[in-house]
Design a protein around this ligand. Structure first.
Ligand code: ADP
Length: 657
């Protein structure tokens, strides 16, 4: 074939116009795209070679070589993969076949800046070369064809390209980029290595560069990128070195990977110094194919509480790095998980927007969420510290592997338990599984180890609800007056002290058929736990107390929604509760502290008609002061502050004096 000039398909011409006329914030991705194509070409040869070993010719080792020529201002990426025939070069490099790139074309907005940004982030395969080159020469020979059947393809990225026959001894493809002036920084081994390490380290095939040596290098500044020597003094040595790790850990079979290797890999992707608590590595097959390698860290990062924090899962497509922090891959409440997801189905140029919409991604997200939950369930099952009597109690620890898991769930929970609770409000599909994973302190355990199942297993005869209380601190929860009657009757109450508890519990109304009941909301209803005699006594006391109650309501009408007699108190004179559907005073306080609007609801004051102080009210000359002291003390007891602390102090002092 003699030299011919052919026109690009209209779509290619349009794309090239954009690529060559835009400024990129992220030029360097061209290298990722070209190395990825080279890697694909090697994969294809490997595949075809399965049935036809002759295709390997005399070079069985597949590799990519990156070279540059400072004088000629060219950068060349050479692979010894499948290569292209003349017709293939015309077809593949002159039209857009790839569905991903077509998709991408469909998304172009016409706004040059926005479109350039899109290319800069995600690349457009081979055509990305024109981001840095004003001319590209491709020389190729398909594996199995004669050396005389090679092809040279040349284009400046405008309307057409040239093709001609060449003789090429080596099979495979060289992409020769004639760099534009503004891209000459890529004529530098250090720069190239840096970009390759960033994007292509996990390409499973070796990427080679020729070693260079300093000749007569003069030391100027030891801290600069050239090791302090005058640039220009580098000479090639003729020796080649592999500059990537050349092995995507997650693509190797589990049995070939040691725990140390898993831990090392975790450190490189997470920048965490500590070894992970556990991990799961699986190849998922079915409608969507992907590999997941997911880690649970041992320590929470300092910015865990930032819900906008970047997610820790990296997305790869066919071993090519696509993006960090792909938040579409896991729900926000699992933002502590680190790892890699490598999809076989997604297009290489998948954008964030596309990720959100993709059905494959949804299925990856569901699968990965389930995987994380199973990892946690497995840890929980093997943790003796979580009390064992419950329905989800400890299984027998038999193997060494089981022993290694001992205590890990407690450790995990201390770091990430509170984040996990966000899932109750975020992931309805997994709410039940999540509820089983929760642990709390209780009136029977200071340690945060009680599961709902443990609690249920210990419930009293006739008890119909799981009781809990939320407070700022464990001490405040434990000493809350609202617990008094529960303590007296020996009923366990879960003590919740995480800031998210109140919010999260809004989404969980029952566990395994048993309702959850806050002891600080509504009137206490101990149901069958209260005997008839007690009920009667309470009713009588309330009746006798009615006139005082009316006076109390009047005195406190600005502060309390209602005043009523309660049986929940034993030692304390009074406490505050909120209406059943109301926001707890603790949550309202938290919102206010965070500078947010909280509805101005007034609490209900409940008084203990048996208490000496309350008995004193009747006929007291200090009635008004006593009433306000009762209210303010109830507020203090639950960690709040009187509206007018000075007035409170004055009243107490007056009485003391
Ligand atoms: P994609 O690689 O996603 O299909 P590209 O625009 O990057 O899209 O490349 C178009 C086609 O050109 C490829 O599908 C492949 O057939 C061919 N090609 C590109 N680079 C090479 C290469 N290094 N070796 C062999 N074929 C290649």
């Amino acid at each position: 074939m003699s030299k011919q000039t052919l026109s690009f398909q209209a779509e290619v011409a349009q794309l090239l116009h954009l690529v060559t006329h835009s400024l990129y914030s992220n030029q360097e991705i061209f290298l990722r795209e070209l190395i990825s194509n080279a890697s694909d070409a090697c994969d294809k040869l490997r595949f075809e070679g399965l049935n036809n070993a002759a295709l390997f010719e005399d070079a069985p080792n597949l590799e990519v070589r990156v070279t540059f020529d400072k004088a000629a201002k060219t950068l060349t990426i050479t692979d010894n993969g499948i290569g292209m025939s003349q017709q293939e070069a015309i077809d593949h490099l002159g039209t857009i076949a790839k569905s991903g790139t077509k998709d991408f074309m469909g998304r172009l907005s016409g706004d040059q800046k926005a479109d350039a940004q899109l290319i800069g982030q995600f690349g457009v395969g081979f055509y990305s070369g024109f981001i840095v080159a004003d001319k590209i020469t491709v020389e190729s020979r398909r594996a199995g064809l004669k050396p005389e059947e090679g092809v040279r393809w040349i284009s400046s990225g405008t309307g057409d390209f040239e093709v001609e026959t060449i003789t090429r001894a080596q099979r495979g493809t060289s992409i020769i980029l004639h760099l534009r002036e503004d891209a000459e920084e890529y004529l530098n081994a250090w720069k190239l290595k840096q970009v390759i390490a960033k994007y292509s380290d996990h390409i499973s095939l070796p990427i080679l560069m020729e070693k260079e040596e300093w000749k007569d290098g003069e030391l100027i500044n030891p801290n600069d990128e050239n090791g302090g020597r005058q640039p220009g003094g580098m000479v090639k040595t003729g020796e080649w070195e592999t500059i990537n790790k050349a092995s995507a850990l997650w693509t190797r079979p589990k049995k070939d990977i040691t725990d140390e290797q898993y831990a090392e890999f975790y450190k490189t992707i997470s920048h965490d110094h500590e070894a992970p608590l556990t991990w799961a590595h699986n190849r998922v097959e079915g409608n969507t194919e992907y590999t997941q390698l997911l880690y649970i860290p041992a320590k929470a990062p300092f910015d865990l509480w930032n819900r906008d924090k970047k997610a820790g899962v990296k997305l790869y497509v066919k071993r090519v790095f696509i993006m960090d922090d792909a938040e579409a891959l896991l729900p926000t409440y699992l933002r502590f998980v680190k790892g890699v997801i490598d999809s076989t189905d997604l297009p290489l140029n998948v954008s964030r927007e596309l990720l959100q919409e993709s059905r494959d991604v949804r299925s990856i997200r569901e699968g990965s969420t389930k995987r994380v939950l199973s990892m946690l369930e497995d840890l929980a099952k093997h943790d003796k510290h979580t009390t064992g009597e419950g329905a989800d109690g400890v299984t027998d620890v038999v193997s060494e592997e089981d022993k290694a898991k001992e205590g890990k769930y407690t450790k995990f929970y201390a770091e990430f338990g509170a984040v996990l609770k966000e899932g109750l409000g975020e992931d309805f599909a997994n709410r039940e599984r999540l509820a089983k994973l929760l642990r709390f302190a209780s009136t029977q355990s200071d340690a945060v180890t009680v599961s709902f199942a443990d609690y249920k297993a210990r419930m009293k005869e006739g008890q119909e609800a799981i009781y809990y209380i939320t407070a700022d601190t464990l001490a405040a929860a434990k000493n809350s007056p609202q617990l008094e009657v529960f303590k007296k009757k020996g009923i366990e109450v879960l003590l919740m002290t995480d800031r998210v508890d109140e919010w999260a519990l809004n989404y969980l109304h029952e566990f395994d058929g048993t309702p959850l009941q806050s002891v600080a909301k509504g009137a206490v209803d101990l149901g069958k736990l209260q005997d008839e005699a007690e009920k009667k006594a309470a009713e009588e006391a309330a009746e006798a107390f009615k006139p005082v109650l009316a006076k109390l309501k009047e005195a406190l009408k600005d502060k309390a929604e209602d005043v009523r007699v309660t049986t929940r108190l034993v030692d304390s004179p009074a406490c505050l509760v909120v209406q059943d559907d109301g926001m707890s005073t603790q949550l309202a306080r938290m919102l206010k502290q965070a500078g947010q609007q909280a509805p101005e609801t007034k609490p209900v004051l409940e008084v203990n008609a048996e208490h000496a102080l309350v008995k004193k009210l009747d006929g007291s000359v200090h009635f008004h002061d006593l009433a306000h002291i009762l209210f303010d003390q109830a507020l203090l007891a639950e960690g709040g502050l009187p509206e007018d602390p000075a007035a409170y102090v004055k009243r107490v002092n007056a009485l003391l004096a």
